[in-house]
Design a protein around this ligand. Sequence first.
Ligand SMILES: NC(=O)c1ccc[n+]([C@@H]2O[C@H](COP(=O)([O-])OP(=O)(O)OC[C@H]3O[C@@H](n4cnc5c(N)ncnc54)[C@H](O)[C@@H]3O)[C@@H](O)[C@H]2O)c1
Length: 438
Amino acid sequence: MSKNYSRRDFIKSSAMSTAAASVLMTAGRVHANENNTLKVGLIGCGGRGRGALANTLEADPNTELVAVGDAFRENAEAAVEGLAEQFANRVKVTPDRIFDGIECYKQVVPLCDVVLLCETPGFRPRSLRFAVESGKHVFCEKPVAADAAGIRSVMESAEIARKNGTSLVSGLCRRYHPDTVEMVNRVKDGEIGNVVSGRLLYLTSQPWKRARREGDTEMKYQVRNWYNYAWLSGDFNVEQHVHTLDKALWVMNNVVPDAVFGLGGRMQRIQQPANGDIYDSMATCFEYNSGIAFYSYCRQQNNCWSKVEAIISGSEGTAELMAGVIRDYNGNVVYQQEKGPYDMYLIEHQKMYEAIRGGNVINNGDYMAKATMMGIAARMTCYTGARLSWADALASEESMAPTGYTWDDSPWSLPDDKGRYLISVPGEGRVYHQIIRD
Ligand SMILES: NC(=O)c1ccc[n+]([C@@H]2O[C@H](COP(=O)([O-])OP(=O)(O)OC[C@H]3O[C@@H](n4cnc5c(N)ncnc54)[C@H](O)[C@@H]3O)[C@@H](O)[C@H]2O)c1
């Protein structure tokens, strides 16, 4: 993608490719040329899900929303209502096509050609598998799993999509941002010499917590408050930091590190029920046998320095991928990017429909699985204190699965009679080690 990529260019290239396409279709693939209306379904109707849906409807005028599903019916209904005015004649969801529950994907997917997976990450391997096995095109938000078993499943699903010839587009949106693409290409083109190391930062304040509601089972409460449970979000270094970890993977041409070690804990997230079981700070080193290393720091603590950046160090200089700056080792700025007016969230959907209609399948399965696994491996080393090879981390049989997928099943993490959750303590396992303040 060039720096000059614009919406006008996109529409032009899209029109050319769709006009040329008399769309080859095989079993399991959705028929699509520029005149076909593609039926879209949304699973996970929260903030990002509603955003992704608006992106989809804006990206391709021949799409319509036919079904939605969310763990909680009110969220699904709100998504439909929220978009009905803007896209009135293309939001065609009757009440019987609004589904709820943890496994609502089973009802949504069969009704659609394109599925947007925007639910809680821990559930995504199951909905993704069902969608690709059903031959659907998928937009799949990041991260794609919460544990290694989930990653292995996602890798298999990516292969199924590849064989089906269906698109699998990742919500790792920076891969679709022309400014970031350009900076990564400059690094790959050798503008900082050979890549030697990197500093990967996601230093922010604490995000949301959601309160327990009257009548919530433990499962229902945790799904409501999902960010704060490792089995659902992967922990914050997976849920949030995956964007920055992916930039290291990207400059390394999607070659994964050989080993990982790290340290972390929670200091502001003290033991209170809404804080769940996740950490609030992690520092991890991703090591390559070649000697290349990436140093990763992520933190969600209030009143601290905040910064989100990937600084890649090469033999001749450094590149700040987000700021768009390249420096030599005398401190001189040798390149300063002019930022474009791009909407990466829209572009990823434009690209998806361009591919579907042009018969050029996109499959982002490889990097979305590897980037998520970097976060999971980092969490594993920080939780346990062990240094892990990539192969061992990926082969891990540690299961974070619940006992089942109904509101009455038990989540991976259960509170004791004082409402305390087990917290991972390096070298000690999962223990109730913190006192409850107040
Ligand atoms: N690419 C990005 O920049 C970006 C930005 C924000 C969020 N995200 C990702 O999008 C996803 C959703 O995040 P969000 O901010 O919208 O959170 P959110 O809490 O606003 O929405 C998540 C929704 O999923 C629902 N849900 C939970 N389990 C479900 C299940 N089994 N089936 C169906 N629905 C279920 C929840 O009830 C909720 O409505 C996360 O994976 C997050 O990491 C990506």
